[in-house]
Design a protein around this ligand. Structure first.
Ligand SMILES: Cc1ncc(COP(=O)(O)O)c(C=O)c1O
Length: 430
């Protein structure tokens, strides 16, 4: 596999990190977020935007506006609020669509991630006697494993026969696209659905969306993606890549706050396929006639037709605060900075030259987002505890990985440099 990383010349000096920050056109975006503080008032090194993104300073004002409108308008806020609640979600659609590379009609924000995966599988997992298998990556996020297993059981099938888990080759950490391809071809006639995490939560590996989708379609399967670790992290082109559907949460890279409202994508070729079975609710009903209170469900065209309930406005407001920042920064610019930031982290980790740590994330920048997963020999969690005590907020994922995700919106090259110094010191102290 050719490695196509930027031919960036990195240097292992604080001054170099500082000069990278000075040249960074996104450097001032850090000021738009609250950075948690250490006891002495110093910023922590926050490398867990892949778990919970930081709070945009504007989130409070966006939510307070809704509290104010509720206070002064009561129910009339649905029409008279500054951002009327009735169509509030529509004001997020275009920005969200841009982030995932979709047409606005293909995108909607609603519910939360696992709920949406289930709703989409109701439509896109339609097992028959012969075509009933779901393909996922082994070690997919547990909620995805539970969701697909319960869908299989819901259809009266058993997991042993109907679930295919893609496993890396012996001694390897990540999946090879050619192996994914081979499994899909080998099981072609029996695969109903391929559902992969766009970026794997554990290894940080980004999959080849376009190729997998193409092959999945060739064998007659639907192809969907869980973008929890991809949305707001990497550039996506869901429409062009031709995925059937996708779902993602917004509390990670999209900074919508804990439990934030999630997003879905349904490709436009399914926009008017009203024969697809779906679970229905009034917010998915044609908005022109929704309040006629008819008992017959008439779905809206496109992704909006999968909505169930009127959405939580405070959640939408918090997400809108962040999407406005994304709009200003631009996904392309963010992705460019991200490649440098993570490339710098990879470079500095390489400089540590210690056998007790190794990076399991692909070193090809086209096969990852901002996260690097550092495997710790002998699953020594003490190292993680030590860096945490020194002001690093990263996370430990069982069995033996420290995940670190420098995110381009609010992390700096100085953060990356400080992190590497702390890690090196902690390894020396062990
Ligand atoms: C890849 C992936 N899928 C699913 C989930 C579950 O998300 P939720 O609790 O929002 O349904 C997560 C949560 O971190 C995740 O990382």
């Amino acid at each position: 596999m050719p490695i196509n990383n930027q031919s960036e010349k990195f240097e292992n000096f604080a001054l170099f990190a500082r000069s990278m920050d000075e040249q960074d056109s996104l450097g001032n975006f850090r000021e738009k977020f609250y950075i948690p503080q250490q006891s002495k008032g110093e910023d922590v090194i926050y490398f867990t935007g892949n778990s919970l993104g930081l709070q945009p300073k504007t989130a409070r004002e966006y939510i307070e506006q809704e509290l104010k409108d509720w206070e002064t308008l009561g129910v009339e806020g649905h029409f008279k609020a500054k951002t009327p609640w009735m169509p509030y979600h529509e004001f997020l659609t275009e920005q969200m669509a841009k982030i995932v590379g979709a047409k606005p009609s293909e995108t909607v924000v609603m519910n939360s991630l696992t709920v949406n995966l289930h709703l989409l599988m109701v439509s896109f997992y339609r097992p028959t006697q012969t075509r009933h298998k779901i393909v996922i990556e082994a070690g997919a996020f547990p909620s995805d494993q539970y969701a697909v297993s319960s869908q299989i059981k819901f259809h009266g099938l058993d997991i042993e026969n109907s679930l295919i888990e893609l496993t890396p080759r012996d001694g390897e950490n990540c999946l090879r696209t050619e192996d994914i391809e081979q499994t899909i071809y080998e099981n072609g006639d029996s695969i109903a659905l391929i559902l992969l995490g766009g970026v794997n939560y554990y290894t940080g590996q980004k999959f080849d969306f376009q190729r997998i989708t193409k092959i999945g379609h060739q064998v007659g399967a639907f192809v969907g993606f869980d973008l929890a670790h991809a949305a707001g992290n990497i550039e996506l082109h869901l429409h062009d890549w031709n995925a059937d559907f996708a779902a993602w949460c917004s509390y990670k890279y999209l900074n919508a706050g804990p439990g934030g409202i999630a997003g879905v994508f349904v490709h436009e070729r399914h926009a008017e396929n009203f024969d697809l079975p779906r679970f229905a609710g009034w917010w998915g009903h044609d908005k022109e006639t929704r309040f006629l209170m008819d008992s017959k469900f008439v779905p809206m065209r496109g992704a909006e037709g999968w909505q169930l309930s009127n959405p939580p406005i405070f959640q939408l407001a918090a997400l809108k605060a962040s999407l406005d920042i994304f709009e200003e920064a631009g996904m392309k610019t963010l992705a460019e900075k991200s490649r440098k930031l993570t490339g710098y982290l990879e470079f500095l980790l390489g400089e540590i030259r210690d056998e007790r740590i190794s990076i399991i994330t692909p070193s090809d920048e086209n096969e990852r987002g901002c996260q690097l997963s550092i495997r710790v020999r002998n699953a020594d969690k003490n190292l993680f505890k030590q860096i945490t005590m020194r002001g690093v907020i990263a996370d430990w994922r069982e069995p033996d990985v420290i995940r670190v995700a420098p995110v381009p919106l609010y992390n700096s090259f100085a953060d990356v440099f400080r992190f590497a110094e702390i890690l090196k010191d902690c390894l020396q102290d062990e």
